[in-house]
Design a protein around this ligand. Structure first.
Ligand code: ZN
Length: 243
């Protein structure tokens, strides 16, 4: 079974299409949350992921867009975009987002959360300290998270009894056999690692590998659509620098 692993699509339909086109053959989609927020195409993105066999989690922006999170915790631009998204979503798509689970497991060894297993919707898992806590307190071989928009891998070191970061190498399978890993596939719709290309991963359970991929998408089309919808300029500008 081969899964495409996507996260933080953020209403960026041209980015989502580019990723689906770029991905090597896959059987199903794992979506780690934040389908909506920031971008111009909430309904298209919510509907498009459902064209596939899908496991999908709730992100903080998905909750924000359907009244399940207090909008005061978001910054001004994010809040403005969420208020617009809330208006734009169809009733059916709002229900879909409202019913998303906060965490899931693929089999008893693979856990999925938008943020972390401890605080699935909100906690950022970006350093060795928070990664170590997850490894210690939760039983998994592979934990897939999103939320930070940064492609990241941590491996548990049984000798040192702590997590250590691994470098992200594109198009190079990471062997999973006999290891404990935490992987963030990065963001489809709003990358923040300085590379504006969409980021995603491929999880191959037969080969026991995870592979990071990047693909370019027509950023200017997304930006044009954001301008037309009156979304905040800072959210439009950041896409081309990947920050
Ligand atoms: Zn996000």
């Amino acid at each position: 079974m081969r899964y495409i692993v996507v996260s933080d699509i953020h209403c960026n339909a041209p980015a989502l299409e580019a990723v689906l086109r770029d991905a090597p053959h896959f059987d199903a989609v794992l979506c780690l949350g934040d389908i909506v927020g920031y971008g111009p195409d909430p309904n298209v993105c919510v509907e498009r992921v459902q064209d596939y066999q899908l496991t999908c989690l709730a992100g903080n922006h998905d909750w924000g867009a359907v009244g399940k999170a207090d909008l005061r915790v978001f910054n001004r631009d994010a809040r403005e975009a969420l208020l617009w998204t809330e208006e734009e979503l169809t009733k059916v798509n709002r229900e879909f987002l409202r019913n998303l689970p906060a965490k899931a497991s693929l089999n008893d060894r693979i856990l999925l959360a938008h943020g972390s297993p401890r605080d699935p919707v909100w906690e950022y898992l970006v350093d060795a300290t928070s990664a170590s806590q997850s490894f210690r307190n939760h039983d998994f071989d592979l934990l897939l998270v999103g939320h930070s928009h940064l492609p990241l891998t941590f491996e548990w070191s049984p000798d040192e009894q702590r997590a250590r970061p691994l470098p992200t190498k594109l198009d190079t399978p990471v062997e999973m056999e006999g290891r404990r890993l935490i992987v963030n596939p990065g963001s489809v719709g709003q990358p923040r690692d300085g590379n504006p290309k969409s980021s995603y991963g491929l999880l191959d359970l037969d080969a026991q590998t995870f592979t990071f991929h990047r693909t370019a998408y027509p950023i200017e089309i997304t930006q044009e659509r954001m301008r037309a919808k009156g979304l905040p300029p800072r959210l439009i500008d950041r896409l081309e620098v990947g920050r």
